[in-house]
Design a protein around this ligand. Structure first.
Ligand code: 2RA
Length: 351
């Protein structure tokens, strides 16, 4: 019998991409069950070539599920994931509810698949989308050169904040389109956009906002702390120094990160390029003379992290600077979850 998969949160921004993604991937599932809140129940969604009806998430609809993917807010995951485990499922959770729990592995299949087997709570966590875009490129460099420090600046797309984020940007762009004064000293974007900010603290149209997530200690944002804490956990580097500044930009999908990585040994750009060319889940696009560098408009809808602008720091032969872009809804969320779930399916089918 092929295992039964539940997609919890099937109608959200990530859940929607998950259904598209499952359609294109190798089929390892028997039944696929789409679950969501009462608001979305009854909707018909195409998944794997079938027209499926979204059901309400209840204890009963979790019965018989082997693997449950959760793409829901933290508090919903915190409540329902243990219930799904009690009902016999292994949960792959894409929220922040369990990521730092020492009894929950934080798995990136290209980096630490072996951790999947050590899951005392029956839950496996998926890292945050910003971490995922960056870490698939950083990990192979760490293996080769020994990572000591990361200084990061993110350029995060609005769909990281869900469908409401994408809608807010499109609505705001419609309001500012065509007015050539807007964004200048005499054109007030705040006034044009009004108070339709969606999930953001300021307008995104014609603007960038150095804020994502909630306020953490010391003036850091939760998103910046996720980059630090999750990188440490995935790489198994408890003392890794990480400083991040997370910035929201007017891009619909595709999170980018400017990375300054300091290593234990000297590094040269061509050596790093070769490591990255051979790394799973990474594509190197690095020919600035030809106008070739990684950008969200190319990465959107694709699986790998796109890496370019690779150069050794001028003032430190042990440091490398590069730019990485990945689809925050695919590798940043749905794809990594699907990859983990497929490894679990393999174990269930051939223990
Ligand atoms: C964001 N990383 O981009 C978050 C979503 N998990 O808002």
């Amino acid at each position: 019998r092929l295992p039964t998969l539940a997609v919890v949160g099937a109608t959200g921004a990530v859940g929607t991409v998950m259904c598209e993604l499952l359609t294109g991937r190798r089929n390892v599932w028997g039944e696929i069950r789409l679950l969501a809140s009462e608001r979305s129940a009854g909707r018909r969604v195409r998944c794997r070539g079938e027209e499926l009806t979204v059901q309400v998430l209840t204890e009963e609809t979790l019965d018989g599920v082997d693997v449950a993917m959760f793409d829901v807010p933290d508090e919903i995951a915190a409540h329902w994931a243990p219930i799904a485990v009690d009902r016999g499922a292994v949960v792959v959770d894409n929220s922040g509810a369990f990521r730092m729990d020492p009894d929950v592995p934080l798995v990136v299949p290209e980096i630490n698949p072996e951790q999947l087997r050590n899951r005392p709570r029956g839950i496996v966590s998926n890292a945050n989308c910003t971490t995922l875009a960056m870490i698939v490129a950083v990990a192979p460099l760490h293996r080769e050169y020994g990572l000591r420090e990361l200084v990061l600046a993110s350029y995060q797309a609005v769909s990281g904040a869900g469908q409401a984020g994408a809608e807010a940007l499109h609505d705001q762009l419609a309001k500012v389109a065509g007015d050539r004064l807007l964004g200048s000293r005499t054109g007030d974007v705040r006034q044009a956009v009004g108070d339709e900010l969606g999930p953001f603290p300021a307008p995104l149209a014609l603007n960038v906002v150095p804020w994502a997530g909630s306020l953490a200690d010391g003036g850091w944002s939760s998103e910046e702390m996720k980059l630090r804490n999750e990188s440490r956990k995935i790489l198994g580097l408890r003392d890794l120094k990480v400083s991040a500044t997370c910035v929201r930009v007017p891009v619909v999908t595709g999170h980018s990160v400017a990375v300054h990585a300091v290593f234990a040994t000297e590094i040269d750009a061509e050596g790093a390029r070769n490591v990255l060319r051979n790394a799973p889940g990474v594509i190197v696009v690095d020919d600035p003379a030809a106008g070739e560098f990684p950008m969200p408009i190319d990465a959107v809808g694709t699986d790998p992290s796109w890496v370019g602008r690779i150069r050794r720091a001028v003032d430190d032969p042990r440091a490398l600077d590069f730019f990485v872009t990945g689809d925050n809804l695919r590798k940043g969320a749905a794809l990594n979850t699907a990859q983990i779930a497929e490894l679990l399916a393999k174990d269930l089918t051939h223990p």
